[in-house]
Write a protein that binds this ligand. Structure first.
Ligand SMILES: NC(=O)c1ccc[n+]([C@@H]2O[C@H](COP(=O)([O-])OP(=O)(O)OC[C@H]3O[C@@H](n4cnc5c(N)ncnc54)[C@H](OP(=O)(O)O)[C@@H]3O)[C@@H](O)[C@H]2O)c1
Length: 279
């Protein structure tokens, strides 16, 4: 059963360790005005979690969307990421401040190491993240695309707790082992590409569950992630997709649905650069 988005209040968006479990992704939302309007639309619909990154080249537009929305900045959980060229200690400190300037905020709720790659040096990079945390410029430290052993190493080095590991996760890449490793370290999992960049729409198993509930395939994928305790940040540009994804909060999958989706025998990665730690 679904409600219309207007009926879904913020209370219906569950949180995990204080992070709203449904957020808005913004990768490739690079037209400044479109990006600003996506963020404003999402916030005014009830979203309270926005995900960007230095590499997305849209931090200014995202900040403008937050400023334009009729929502207080303190009520928004804002996350950005330090790009792999900027992970020397000095560059982390300098470019994090530049990100805050572009976003027009004096702190972010979560700052991620975007990938453990190129200039990433665990001791040096993470010491700079600790410093930003101590200075109050970042409320939480996150990592992204970290394998279990890299997560363990980072947890040992950092003084600040690791709030989340952001990784690709969807019904075609369920990442069971990684989820277990995160749980063992009390680290939340944030699913990027939670719709497998559109690939979930073509899976008959997802279609079957969607048809049963009279909802979209996107909603099924997002409800499945929520059922797994995973935070999801689907990217959507226009109001229709933003609303469709928001309405996934009203979808409760039953045991049979979850079993049907769990049985999908796929391990398909959509984001797989050479510098991915698994390559
Ligand atoms: N940490 C990392 O390394 C990393 C890597 C990749 C992504 N991310 C983050 O995760 C976010 C999401 O991942 P993603 O952008 O790769 O892929 P995604 O969210 O799985 O898929 C986005 C695509 O699905 C479409 N879409 C969204 N909602 C829809 C709906 N309800 N019905 C039909 N189509 C829909 C979007 O179209 P429209 O845009 O036209 O609405 C877009 O083409 C990114 O934006 C970014 O914030 C992080």
């Amino acid at each position: 059963m679904t409600n219309s988005a207007d009926e879904i209040s913020l209370e219906n968006c569950p949180t995990a360790s204080g992070v709203p479990m449904l957020g808005l992704g913004t990768w490739q939302n690079t037209d400044a005005e479109a990006c600003t309007e996506s963020v404003r639309t999402a916030l005014e619909m009830g979203y309270r979690h926005i995900d960007t990154a230095q590499a997305y080249d849209n931090e200014e537009a995202v900040g403008e969307g937050i400023a334009r929305a009729d929502v207080d900045r303190e009520d928004v959980f804002l996350a950005t990421k330090i790009w792999i060229d900027n992970l020397s200690g000095e560059d982390v400190l300098e470019t994090a401040r530049e990100s805050l300037d572009r976003l027009g905020v004096d702190y972010v709720d979560l700052l991620y190491v975007h990938w453990p790659a190129r200039e990433y040096d665990p001791e040096e990079t993470l010491a700079a993240f600790d410093q930003l945390y101590d200075e109050g410029l970042i409320e939480n430290v996150g990592v992204s695309n970290f394998l279990p052993e890299q997560l363990e190493e980072a947890a040992e080095i950092l003084d600040a707790p690791i709030l989340a590991n952001q990784v690709e996760l969807h019904p075609l890449l369920p990442q069971e082992e990684l989820r277990e490793a995160c749980a063992a370290h009390d680290v939340e999992v944030v699913a990027y590409s939670p719709l497998a960049r559109g690939e979930v729409f073509d899976r008959p198993e997802i279609g079957e569950v969607a048809e049963k509930h009279g909802v979209s395939e996107a909603q099924v994928s997002l409800a499945w992630l929520r059922e797994k305790g995973v935070i999801a940040i689907p990217k959507a540009t226009g109001e229709a997709h933003i609303r469709d994804n928001w309405e996934s909060l009203a979808l409760e999958l039953d045991e049979e649905d979850v079993e049907t989706i769990d049985a999908i025998d796929a391990r398909e990665r959509q984001v797989d650069p050479d510098f991915g730690p698994w390559n």
